[in-house]
Design a protein around this ligand. Structure first.
Ligand code: NAD
Ligand code: UDP
Length: 319
């Protein structure tokens, strides 16, 4: 197949390029580098079957030749990024999703949307099943991301129902691994970079809020299976192992051997108090479940950040 991946120079997009190319497909990667980096696809430049196009997908998308699949991953994803870039975030979730769907329709391609556990907002149901409609503050600061993704899901389902298109929606839960930026601002990259630099780990609030962390290889495998399934309704893909932010900090300190202290920061507005996927659908429909536990995934991620820190990369970025 020939696959278009938007957001290809980002953390997840670049791993998806690797997976599709590795399975013998052709890949067109597209990105405008708003939060991504050419470094993430540098290893693919010149490789047979890979093309890269620098383009902002909120504008009309042109790709010459056949396209069999579109995976729409373009969007700022770290809270610090979408809080700094509220309007580009709303635009890529709305206009960008519309353009990517339009291209898929014109080419007769299958479409997969990267959605998020943020559609559940600060959830009142725990763990979160796909049938839960969520608890989102549309006018709060995080609303720019949450509502853009909720709109993107609605648009995707409309193209499925009205145009009869083959569409897929993955609701991704917190994922980590190599190729996150040291300055990404999400909790796993922040804590590892701070620990390796001997700086205090920034705990937002009292650190009792929970997240469920999925290693990138597991996530990519779930997405790959979903793309080739026939499931149009959203599917949660994430690791149900749930940890408080403070527990994560302790694991990072233990695995890096760092003596960094913990430092309290204000809790961001509307920060979800708990998050954990119910993955019954992924297990039964995709035959998928994560294989990499937190300590093992952190153990694979720390050397990547250690190499960057040793090259004097920028430090962590906090709210
Ligand atoms: P990322 O910031 O590393 O990658 C996003 C990429 O999209 C970047 O390379 C960026 O430059 C590109 N992009 C943004 N706007 C664009 C535009 N208008 N035109 C072209 N390219 C554009 O983030 P990520 O973690 O790789 O996330 C990728 C996708 O997965 C996003 O849609 C995000 O919402 C979703 N997601 C990620 C997670 C996670 O834990 N990583 C969780 C839930 C959902
Ligand atoms: N967090 C933290 N310190 C940081 C970054 C994040 O304590 O340096 C907390 C944040 O408040 C949230 C959790 O870690 O409760 C996960 O944050 P992240 O930005 O990774 O993603 P989110 O799940 O909020 O989208």
């Amino acid at each position: 197949m020939r696959i278009l991946i938007t957001g290809a120079a980002g953390f997840l997009g670049s791993h998806l390029c690797d997976r599709f190319l590795g399975e013998g497909h052709q890949v067109v990667g597209m990105d405008n580098f708003i939060t991504g980096s050419p470094d993430n696809v540098a290893h693919l430049m010149g490789r047979d079957g890979f093309e890269f196009v620098q383009h902002d997908v909120t504008n009309y998308i042109y790709v010459a030749g056949p396209v069999d699949g579109v995976l729409h991953f373009a969007s700022p994803a770290s809270p610090i990024d979408y809080l700094e870039q509220p309007i580009p975030t709303l635009k890529v979730g709305s206009l960008g999703t519309h353009k990517a769907l339009g291209l898929a329709k014109a080419k007769g391609a299958r479409f997969l949307l990267a959605s998020t556990s943020e559609v559940y907002g600060d959830p009142l149901e725990h763990p979160q099943t796909e049938s839960y409609w969520g608890n989102v503050n549309p006018v709060g600061p995080r609303g720019v991301y949450d509502e853009a993704k909720r709109f993107a899901e609605a648009m995707t389902m409309a193209y499925h129902r009205y145009h009869g298109m083959q569409t897929r929606i993955v609701r991704i839960f917190n994922t980590y691994g190599p190729r996150m930026r040291p300055q990404d601002g999400r909790v796993v990259s922040n804590f590892i970079v701070q620990a390796l630099r001997g700086e205090p780990l920034s705990i937002y609030g009292d650190g009792s809020q929970t997240r469920s962390f999925c290693y990138v290889d597991d996530l990519v495998d779930g997405i790959f299976r979903l793309f080739f399934s026939d499931r149009a309704e959203p599917v949660n893909v994430g690791n149900p192992g749930e940890f408080t932010v403070r527990q994560l900090a302790e694991r990072v300190l233990a695995l890096t051997g760092s003596a960094s202290a913990l430092q309290a920061h204000p809790l961001p507005e509307d920060d979800p108090k708990v998050r954990k996927p119910d993955i019954t659908v992924a297990r039964t429909v995709l035959g998928w479940e994560p294989k990499v536990p937190l300590d093992e995934g952190l153990g694979r991620t720390i050397p990547y950040f250690r190499a960057l820190v040793e090259q004097n990369s920028p430090g962590a970025r906090t709210l």
